[in-house]
Write a protein that binds this ligand. Structure first.
Ligand code: HEM
Length: 168
């Protein structure tokens, strides 16, 4: 069962990561060709970016994150490297959302829309993907990094939940 979940996780995240690398290239290079100024060229660009985003890349991201969440509970992995991995994955999710915003603006925005330098996002994206892979494969203890945190973040304070947040 765990092997099947890990296989699904890895297949989905491979598609997600490949798509996240492809989208900035599509937006930055493909979307700036002179052919984009014709109706046929624009329709092709719109179709390619829209359907790859909504039908392939976003479903792959949802599957990767959902199966990963199930794996956390199935394997009871709640280590520092996993928390660090989740922070890095949050960066990937933000870039994913930004790509979606650019695709909507490029396809449905009114007037002249000048695509920003979407390719520059690769400078953040590729190191983020590398960091996530390193964290999950090397599973470092991160003791030295944790020791740098303020003491208030290192141990439970023993305070009760404020009454206004307690649902019971
Ligand atoms: C919210 C998103 C994610 C969650 C909750 C999650 C969670 C997990 C968990 C619990 C495992 C099992 C770890 C173990 O065997 O000890 C795992 C394995 C793995 N994850 Fe993720 N993951 C997420 C996203 C990603 C992403 C974005 C990548 C790559 C860029 C990734 C790469 C991997 C790899 C390569 C493994 C296999 C590691 C091994 O078997 O040694 N994960 N993930």
């Amino acid at each position: 069962m765990i092997a099947a979940l890990k296989a699904a996780h890895i297949i989905a995240l491979s598609i997600w990561c490949a798509g996240l690398i492809l989208l900035p290239i599509l937006l930055h290079i493909y979307g700036r060709r002179p052919e984009m100024r014709s109706q046929a060229g624009f329709t092709e660009f719109r179709w390619l970016t829209h359907y790859s985003y909504i039908a392939v890349i976003t479903p792959a991201a949802v599957i990767a994150v959902s199966v990963g969440t199930v794996l956390i509970f199935a394997l009871e992995v709640l280590n520092a490297w996993m928390l660090a991995k989740l922070i890095a994955v949050a960066g990937m999710v933000l870039l994913h959302a930004w790509m979606g915003h650019l695709i909507v603006q490029a396809g449905e925005g009114r007037g002249d829309f000048h695509l920003p330098m979407a390719g520059l996002s690769l400078l953040a994206l590729v190191p983020l993907i590398g960091l996530v892979l390193w964290l999950v494969l090397a599973k470092p203890s991160l003791e030295e990094l944790i020791a740098l945190l303020p003491s208030i973040l290192q141990e439970p304070r023993g305070n009760p939940i404020p009454a206004r947040f307690n649902p019971l």
